[in-house]
Design a protein around this ligand. Structure first.
Ligand code: URA
Length: 260
């Protein structure tokens, strides 16, 4: 079909639609469904036909995730299991599955919320502005995702592997259905300690929110010492909270010394 739009306008419109979550072209031309003729009434199902029809069984996505996660013996298998999980709609709007970054042998596992626009593009967690601040924070305690030595390296993942549209907060059901994968992720990596970045990570792992009160206090979860901290994206907006974040980083360093 001949288009009246120039290349750049058409491309910008297409990118906008992808941003909104439209990832599939259904028709070549728009269809006004208000003008479309009303569909004929569904034929009545006779008892003979009904007897032949398969019984619709409701799938529980949380149970499916639990079964798939339990079968994953290593990180590669876990990545594959998550890629094969079809029950989370976020997957359809995302460009990439954002699995992890850093050293899987690290003593520290950092759990963030969900990929944003930059992470979705690159397929790696914490690569945008918040990620750059996270790298600086870790650098200040001589740690980082690029370190080879497990004592100084970190391993980073998120509660959700797919970007929520418009970076909205994850819904409770999305967290629940992806939690079995996160739990298995922690089991496989087996870090000495876990750092939870922000409220969503606390909600997923501790079933609690209220980061201002939770931060800086070590708790036990998933069989590990866990430290909630302010999310770096929050620190970008509220730089006065960096003082507490610094105290938490020192507390992390002290805990690692205590456990070694
Ligand atoms: N915020 C997160 O919580 N995770 C990311 O990967 C990026 C930003």
């Amino acid at each position: 079909m001949e288009s009246a739009l120039d290349y750049h306008t058409a491309r910008a419109l297409l990118e906008w639609q992808v941003e909104l979550g439209a990832t599939e072209a259904i028709l070549d031309a728009p269809l006004d469904r208000y003008e479309a003729p009303i569909k004929a009434e569904k034929p009545k199902v006779t008892s003979e036909v009904a007897a032949l029809a398969p019984v619709a069984t409701a799938v529980d996505p949380v149970q499916v995730a639990k079964q798939m996660a339990a079968k994953a013996g290593d990180l590669e298998a876990l990545h594959a299991a998550m890629a094969a999980f079809e029950h989370c709609d976020l997957k359809r709007g995302a460009r990439n599955l954002v699995f992890s970054d850093g050293n899987p042998a690290a003593r520290v596992m950092i759990i963030g919320e969900a990929p944003g626009r930059d992470e979705d593009r690159e397929g790696k967690p914490f690569v945008g502005r918040a990620g750059q601040l996270l790298d600086k924070m870790l650098g200040a305690i001589e740690m980082g995702r690029a370190h080879d030595m497990s004592s100084q390296s970190v391993y980073i993942t998120n509660v959700l592997p797919w970007r929520p549209p418009q970076n909205r907060d994850p819904e409770a059901i999305e967290i629940q259905m992806l939690l079995p994968f996160l739990k298995r992720h922690v089991e496989i990596v087996a870090p000495d300690v876990i750092v939870l970045m922000g409220n969503i990570a606390c909600q997923a792992v501790l079933d609690r929110r209220g980061i201002t009160r939770l931060r800086g206090n070590w708790v036990e979860a998933l069989g590990k010492p866990v430290l909630p901290m302010f999310h770096p994206a929050y620190l970008l907006r509220q730089s006065h909270a960096k003082r507490e974040a610094w105290a938490d980083l020192l507390s992390l360093k002290a805990k690692l010394r205590e456990l070694s």
